[in-house]
Design a protein around this ligand. Structure first.
Ligand code: FAD
Length: 640
């Protein structure tokens, strides 16, 4: 899709500019007095959590934002492969795939040896993330991602909409009540920033999640401390429409000049818009970028110098900002003491920039913030709905803090590579070496894509002794999707796209070489166990009046190409819903050309079960006959 030709206009580009009106906001209503989950902040972290919780009609969620309405411009623009996979879990990847710039190449520019004040392309390479996911790394306005999440919330069973114009004033956690799951230990007060005279509203909640960004008031109220380096370098960022003779304007480019610093150029959605990150000045200790008193003209002038001899004629600036780089991570991600030695149930959490801050150049801000709450959302839902023991909530901090620490370290390295910096020798500076950047991207490609994020072993991530049964599904990492053919209609289907953000667990049964229609086969025996044994987790945790896949959704994937659905156990094409209709979409066979068994290293002789968490991460891998271990796995945290 091409758009922004005659100027930047925010909004949904599927609607022509001339026909597009600003979205109308829901009328302002008072905050509810009591909710299950209070979310502070409508950035990617807050909205992804709200989007997830909105799907549960029995959970009362409230999301509050200090700004007067949804974001229109700026901030993050990189949507990693993993974030795209999460958006698919919300059924919303298609819009982004259509609208976004898809990143396939990187170009590297350095001073021309013959004319050192001019830059020259050294080389172009394919993006190192290609092939790590069925999605490519994409670039699109953060505001569009927000719009899509907001739409999903509004269209959910709870029709959830944010309460805008509310700024958090105070937050109290009553420590006497935190271990009583039915209590409302959180009391928060908000000021209506649009009201004259100012109006204060109070709300009580069972849980609160601070998604209120780098200057988080929730974090401060919980006395959580950010640890790490402060900034020493100012950068300018601008989204612009420009006329230029720079040939790689539609390729992500790392540009290093001889004496004027570096530019990182990111082509944007719509075919014309471009983002430039421009290196500005080194900051003194405790100096803030805002003290430099620079404006967009200074950023443009610096970009023109760095990109010489190419013309950079900026026609329109859609958004710009100046920021400093610093890497910090919170000492705790919830209200329990560090390390939680007493095993307390956390009731207040921080997520996203509220608990990790770093430079924007790695494109990690949004792409770490949104998965933070994708990790937390299903856990809150499972505890609130009485499906899981509340100790599940302790795993948010232990799983996501490790990722944030890795992020901070990676960003420290990346920031050092993509900028001029003081050297150990006095009065000299170390300049960017684009070859080092290329090596860094290749080395960290899985982390940058978000696809190699791996959670620590715990009661929801275990069983590594059976990892050899499916070497391409790494326990702790997200389910790496691959295609198989749906048995009943021959349609190719990405199995990863069956993992929706609906709070359900999934078991993929990868069959062995025995015919699964044979009653003596391992698959048949396993299916019988799941369907009818008193120790089956499916039987134990699914309410009598609910559909058989309401809590644990089971799929069969077979090597045999010539199966007929009517020969397979009923459980694999179960009757569901008020009419008892059959579900014909649970059985698959491998494709002949790209066979999922080969692609994901699944043992063809043994087969296996792959158990997938509601956030798409692989919880465990078990042999087909490991029914006791399967029951024991779920018994560790599920409530009958
Ligand atoms: P945020 O997106 O910061 O959202 C927090 C929300 O909480 C905001 O809407 C805020 O208004 C609200 N809020 C804060 N305090 C309160 C309160 N007391 N009461 C109620 N609401 C409150 N990333 C990049 O990758 N590239 C970039 O170029 C880039 N540029 C950025 C420029 C700016 C000015 C900022 C602020 C961030 C930028 N980022 C960039 C970072 C990226 O946008 C964040 O990493 C990402 O948005 C983090 O998501 P979040 O949901 O954790 O927090």
């Amino acid at each position: 899709m091409q758009y922004h030709l005659n100027g930047f206009k925010p909004g949904n580009h599927q609607i022509p500019d001339a026909a597009r009106e600003p979205a109308s906001l829901a009328p302002i209503v008072d905050l509810p007095s009591e909710v299950d989950v209070l979310i502070v902040g409508c950035g990617p972290a807050g909205l992804a959590l709200a989007r997830q919780l909105a799907a549960f009609g029995d959970i009362k969620t409230c999301i509050v934002e200090q700004k007067p309405g949804p974001m229109l411009f700026g901030q993050a623009d990189g949507i990693s492969c993993r974030t795209m996979e999460i958006m698919e879990a919300f059924n919303s990847s298609e819009m982004l795939v259509k609208e976004a710039y898809q990143l396939h190449q990187n170009a590297f520019w350095e001073p021309d040896n013959e004319q050192p004040n001019h830059i020259k392309r050294t080389h172009k390479v394919a993006d190192a993330r290609l092939g790590l996911s069925e999605f490519t790394h994409s670039v699109v306005n953060q505001a569009r991602l927000h719009d899509i999440l907001l739409e999903g919330m509004a269209q959910s069973v709870t029709h959830l909409v944010p309460h805008y114009n509310r700024q958090l004033l105070t937050l109290e956690v009553d420590s006497e009540l935190t271990q009583d799951l039915n209590a409302y230990p959180i009391t928060a007060s908000f000021e209506r920033v649009d009201a004259q005279p100012a109006k204060v509203e109070t709300i009580r909640a069972r849980y609160v999640v601070g998604c209120d960004g780098a200057r988080s008031a929730v974090r401060k109220n919980l006395s959580i401390v950010l640890e790490g380096d402060s900034a020493n370098k100012a950068w300018g960022v601008m989204d612009v429409l420009l006329v230029t003779d720079f040939p790689d304007i539609r390729v992500k480019s790392f540009i290093q000049s001889k004496d004027n610093g570096a530019v990182m150029l990111i082509p944007r959605e719509g075919g014309y818009l471009v983002r430039l990150y421009v290196e500005l000045d080194l900051l003194d200790k405790d100096q803030r970028a805002s003290n430099l008193e620079l404006n967009v003209d200074d950023i443009i002038a610096k970009a023109q110098l760095i990109m010489s001899p190419y013309k950079v004629d900026v026609k329109e600036v859609a958004w710009w900002s100046i920021y400093e780089v610093g890497q910090r991570v919170a000492d705790r991600f919830d209200n329990t003491p560090a390390g939680n030695p007493e095993g307390l149930i956390p009731r207040a959490f921080v997520a996203g920039d509220a608990c990790h801050t770093h430079s924007p150049k790695g494109g990690w801000g949004l792409n770490t913030s949104l998965p933070d709450t994708f990790n937390l959302g299903w856990k809150l839902a499972a505890v609130l709905r009485g499906q899981s023991d509340a100790k599940l909530l302790q795993t948010y901090s232990s799983e996501r803090r490790k990722i944030a620490q890795h992020l901070i370290e990676a960003d420290r390295q990346m920031s050092a590579l993509v900028a001029t910096r003081p050297s150990a020798q006095k009065d000299t500076q170390v300049k960017t070496n684009t070859a080092d950047i290329e090596k860094f991207i290749a080395r960290q490609n899985g982390f940058i894509a978000g696809t190699s994020i791996q959670y620590n072993p715990s009661f929801i991530c275990s069983g590594t002794e059976h990892q050899h049964l499916a070497t391409g599904f790494t326990i702790g990492q997200r389910f790496h999707s691959a295609e198989a053919i749906r048995l009943t209609d021959g349609r190719p289907q990405h199995l990863g796209h069956l993992n929706k953000a609906d709070g359900r667990w999934r078991i993929f049964i990868f069959g062995n070489q025995q015919n699964p229609t044979d009653r003596a086969s391992d698959v048949y025996q396993l299916v019988q166990f799941l369907e009818s044994s008193v120790t089956s987790p499916v039987k134990k945790y699914t309410q009598d009046n609910a559909d058989i896949d309401a809590v644990i959704d089971v799929y069969g994937v077979f090597q045999q190409q010539d199966l007929s659905i009517e020969d397979l156990p009923d459980y694999l094409w179960p009757t569901k819903g008020k009419y008892g209709l059959r579900d014909y979409e649970k059985v698959f066979h491998a494709k002949q050309d790209s066979d999922i068994f080969s692609q994901r290293g699944i043992d063809r002789t043994s087969g296996c079960m792959v158990v997938v968490r509601p956030d798409q991460h692989i919880a465990t891998i078990l042999p087909l006959n490991a029914t006791e271990e399967l029951s024991a796995f779920f018994a560790e945290f599920m409530l009958a």
